[in-house]
Design a protein around this ligand. Structure first.
Ligand code: FAD
Length: 463
């Protein structure tokens, strides 16, 4: 039987980066992917990454002249529901072709000793007599099955979570697929501009009221008109119509080319680890709650996990659930707590009318340039006391002059309080697994109380 220290399932952004971190720490790592190499990442053409992450992760920076590079911008824009109050976020993004970028990651991580096998599918786990994971059964492109022995299996298999969902019920990991209500439905329209010289976007402009954006595409004469919505593609199309009818979009020629996909939109699975097992990426539902972007959010988890895994596997040790548990603690108390706070806050903000959204932009309530820039850098709500007092003042004013309904203000305040309760709870994630069941029960209660975007949208449709 072939033997590796670590087998990673999924050779996309999460799997390749984590594999590199472990190979660099001296482990023998195999990454398998069900797809041929040229197909990985092909589901999407144009992709954005926070530029600062090239430095944070050490991944060689993409620049003009690299085949995968499309463009980059130093800031992004955010617009109100009627498009009258542009706000700038000073946070750079790099735009590139995802399929080529995955190949770039494979080349880079191979230099550190990572082994890749493509057209190779995970079939099932292999357990020892104590029912602990000790390997995986895989099937290659010729349909030949093979048992591989390893001490750690890392699930980076994407939104379907096929690997974690193959775990037995008593393994301590959530093993059900994400529900369709826990996803963000993204539709990208690649359009050809009628007047590219005048209309070609130089940065990405988001319209949070509709969750739409206009951004550069790989076509120098084109653009992307994108939308992401909770609930369903049908609902996304309905909101897109309203967007098109309200905002003056650049004139286009011909029919747009459409790309569609889903990204997780819910809290991460509560425990990411068990005996000989770790879950990262979309499979663990690690995405930024304010944009649905998952790559850099997962890279943060990879960086948290790498040294803990290395320590748990030092000198040939088997990585037990207890030895890997600090990954749960560190993740939940940092990015997990920040994402919980932001997601619960946003749930309260969706109920505003277009007019209210317009006023919120005008008065920089919620959509404040400094707050948004800070949030992008920290992946967290970093409002200072001064900014908080300003916000409260503006809300009181808005209520007094009737610009925002009482129910909208009450929703915002309630969601802020629920968000704080969730953040406190994540910050108190148990140091060991003994109190975990109790922590999960309380977390379930708090999330139920916070509600979900899909439920709110459905309610508003029915009304
Ligand atoms: C339309 C759209 C646009 C997006 N744009 C952005 C963006 O601009 N920036 C951003 O950060 N995020 C974006 N996202 C989110 C982002 O795509 C994901 O968060 C990210 O790609 C997840 O990476 P991953 O490595 O976890 O999983 P994936 O990229 O889904 O990779 C999983 C891999 O596992 C393999 N696999 C699955 N099952 C098996 C199996 N049984 N055996 C072997 N291999 C298997 C798959 O073939 C696949 O290659 C977007 C999402 C959508 C839908």
């Amino acid at each position: 039987m072939r033997e590796y220290d670590i087998v990673v399932i999924g050779a996309a952004t999460a799997g390749s980066f984590f594999a590199k971190l472990m190979a660099e720490r001296g482990f023998n790592v195999l990454v398998i992917d069900a797809l041929p190499e040229r197909e990985i990442g092909k589901r999407l053409t144009v992709f954005h990454l926070d530029t600062v992450y090239f430095e944070k992760t050490g991944i060689p920076r993409l620049a003009d002249g690299d085949s995968e590079y499309i463009t980059s911008f130093e800031y992004t824009m955010c617009e109100s529901a009627y498009g009258h109050y542009p706000r700038k976020t000073l946070y750079p993004f790099t735009v590139f072709n995802l399929e080529k970028f995955n190949k770039h990651l494979h080349l880079w991580s191979r230099n550190f000793g990572v082994n890749y096998e493509f057209n190779t599918e995970f079939q099932e786990f292999i357990f020892d007599e104590e029912k602990k994971i000790v390997g995986v059964k895989i099937k290659n492109e010729e349909g030949i099955e093979e048992d591989i022995s390893c001490r750690l299996v890392v699930d980076c298999s994407g939104i379907k979570g096929t690997v974690r969902c193959a775990l037995p019920d008593d393994y301590g990991i959530e093993n059900t697929p994400l529900s369709p209500r826990d996803m963000f439905y993204v539709i990208l329209r690649y359009v050809k501009l009628a007047n590219p010289i005048k209309d070609k976007p130089v940065t990405s402009t988001a319209y949070p009221y509709y969750k739409t954006w206009v951004a550069p595409s790989d076509d120098p004469e084109g653009a992307i008109f994108g939308i992401g919505a909770n609930l369903s593609y049908e609902y996304a199309e309905r909101v897109y119509k309203d967007f098109e009818n309200t905002i003056h979009l650049p004139e286009i020629v011909g029919e747009p080319r459409i790309e569609k996909g889903t990204t997780p939109y819910r809290h991460a699975i509560y425990s990411l680890v068990s005996d000989g097992f770790l879950c990262i990426g979309d499979s663990a539902a690690i995405t930024k709650p304010y944009s649905g972007e998952g790559v850099t959010a997962s890279w943060n988890l990879c960086m948290i996990a790498a040294d803990i895994v290395a320590n748990a596997m030092k000198d040939g040790k088997y990585p037990t659930k207890n030895a890997l548990w600090p990954i749960n603690v560190k993740y939940s108390r940092t990015q997990g707590a920040n994402f919980a706070e932001i997601m619960a806050t946003l749930i309260g903000a969706v109920d505003a009318t277009k007019e209210e959204n317009e006023y919120e932009f005008k008065k920089s309530i919620v959509f404040d340039e400094a707050v948004m820039t800070q949030m992008n850098y920290a992946f967290a709500n970093k409002m200072t006391i001064r900014q908080m007092l300003y916000l409260v003042n503006q809300i009181i004013d808005a209520r007094a002059n009737g610009s925002i309904r009482k129910s909208t203000i009450s929703n915002i305040i309630k969601s802020l309080l629920k968000a704080q309760a969730l953040k406190r709870h994540y910050k108190a994630f148990p140091k060991n697994s003994k109190k975990f069941a109790k922590w999960c029960n309380k977390a379930d209660e708090l999330w139920k109380d916070a509600g979900s975007m899909a439920d709110l949208i459905e309610k508003s449709i029915q009304e």
